[in-house]
Design a protein around this ligand. Sequence first.
Ligand code: SF4
Ligand code: SF4
Length: 151
Amino acid sequence: MACRLEPTPPVPQQALDQLLALYDELDRHLATLDVECRACGRCCNFVRNDYQLYATYIERLLVVRRHGLPTLTRDGSCGFLVDGRCSIHPSRPLGCRTFFCDPTHKPREQDLCHTWQRRIRAIVDRHGLPWEYALFFTPLNAHLADVVPHA
Ligand code: SF4
Ligand code: SF4
């Protein structure tokens, strides 16, 4: 049976600007928390760590628009990991921002994620966009490339 994708609605630049402003605010908030990160990039290997990265429609669209399709390398790392560093740092999705391997962070991680996801939801609703939470690394993201020319 053929798989038919629903038409993808256009996303106004204003919505993407609001998402980027929200990311900045989240980063400022995270800087106030005493959480340790050596920026080693080990958590960007999804095969070795045996976990998946999910992101909302608007977040995936922002990445596709600015950087192209998210892919996994043969060793299971995110294709945006370059020399051990995230090459799309300002555009990385919420899941990348709120994850820390620091065990002292674990008790607040879920709440933090839900709080900021609700705020992304508010942007999505304000602009009448679909709320779609899906895998970050999926060929289905390719349909986003049709509606957002690579910047
Ligand atoms: S969260 Fe942990 S694994 Fe990920 S980059 Fe920071 S120190 Fe490395
Ligand atoms: S987008 Fe950046 S932080 Fe997120 S998995 Fe890829 S390289 Fe790591």
